[in-house]
Design a protein around this ligand. Structure first.
Ligand code: 5GP
Ligand code: MN
Length: 315
């Protein structure tokens, strides 16, 4: 593994003629916007670019330029390529089935997670960047590459997603400057509220069923909500759910437990003080200090007990 700088990252991308870009599973605006903007740029330079995402895409992302060209790989397929670029994923298992089907000669990982496992041959890691979208802007500046309005929209969405529309502590003056540059290419910030902040009626109705599970522990410093397996629907986004307990007075750690199978529970954590990345890592997951997640192979109640016990030791 070698840690490389921005210039080497740009040179590696320019040297390849045939590339596969991939995102992490449960893709968010950062992984998708960053990969899509880069895809559009590389294609305009005559390169063959395939973008693989092992997941169903929420339809709220369809406004992202280039998103119609995203490919969901199937088991048994094979994608030989000169260079695989893994975007916003901190470990090899975060790309799902892509790991099995892609046959790369070289692997480049562009990431900003503190939990990065250094799995790739080449790594560009900036844990101070609020989003990989911000790294993409750094890269374009360093290389003198030009934005188009489409690329600018993809990168703006990437940045805005990961810094909570410039409200989280990871937002720096550079984050805002990079996003500000993108506005000069015609991005309308309202695109975020009109697309990504908009929830479907199904999501709102599901939330109404989940909210009664709201529970406080540790004198209200922990708050969690749970979605039991009988309510789980893979077609209904639950992305905003964890923010309800998160923005409740006195809460440090907010958790959303989602039973995606009778004995598999997905955990999303947000915090104001506690290092939830460390907790997630101890369960085989990862993320950032204030936003992290993991999957626990246990039914809802058991997973919840395990996680709360681990959390209780550090709080
Ligand atoms: P979310 O709660 O939105 O699913 O994830 C919050 C953050 O933690 C994101 O940066 C996401 O990439 C990371 N994360 C969530 N689940 C996992 C996981 O299972 N493994 C790793 N390595 N990171 C995760
Ligand atoms: Mn990210």
């Amino acid at each position: 593994m070698s840690k490389i700088n921005l210039r080497t990252t740009g040179d590696l991308l320019l040297a390849a003629q045939d590339l596969v870009l991939c995102c992490h599973v449960s893709p968010d605006g950062d992984t998708l916007g960053s990969a899509l903007g880069l895809k559009l740029f590389l294609e305009s330079h005559g390169k063959k670019v395939t973008m693989l995402v092992d997941d169903k895409l929420d339809k709220s992302f369809s406004f992202l330029p280039g998103s119609a060209g995203i490919v969901c790989p199937r088991e048994g397929e094979s994608y030989p390529t000169e260079l695989l670029v893994v975007i916003d994923a901190s470990s090899w298992d975060r790309i799902g089935l892509v790991a099995d089907v892609v046959k790369p000669r070289h692997i480049l990982n562009i990431d900003h997670h503190i939990s990065n496992t250094e799995f790739a041959e080449y790594l560009y890691l900036d844990t101070k960047a609020a989003a990989v979208g911000e790294i993409m802007c750094d890269l374009f500046l360093e290389m003198g590459w030009a934005y188009t309005p489409e690329i600018a929209l993809d990168f703006y969405t990437a940045i805005s997603t990961d810094c909570g529309s410039f409200r989280y502590t990871n937002t720096t003056s550079k984050t805002m400057r990079r996003a500000g540059d993108l506005l000069d290419y015609g991005v309308n910030p309202m695109i975020i509220s009109d697309n990504l902040d908009m929830k479907t009626r199904a999501t709102a109705e599901l939330f109404a069923k989940v909210l009664p599970t709201l529970t406080f522990e540790k004198e209200g410093r922990i708050a969690y909500i749970s979605l039991s397996n009988d309510l789980y629907d893979e077609n209904v986004s639950t992305e905003p759910f964890v923010y309800y307990p998160r923005y409740t007075e006195g809460v440090d750690v907010a958790i959303f437990f989602k039973a995606v199978e009778p004995a598999v529970t997905r955990v999303s954590m947000r915090s104001s003080k506690t290092d939830v990345a460390a907790i997630a890592l101890s369960f085989g997951g990862g993320g950032h200090i204030r936003a992290a997640g993991c999957t626990i192979n246990a039914p809802l109640e058991e997973a919840r007990a395990q996680l709360l016990a681990a959390l209780g030791k550090v709080m």
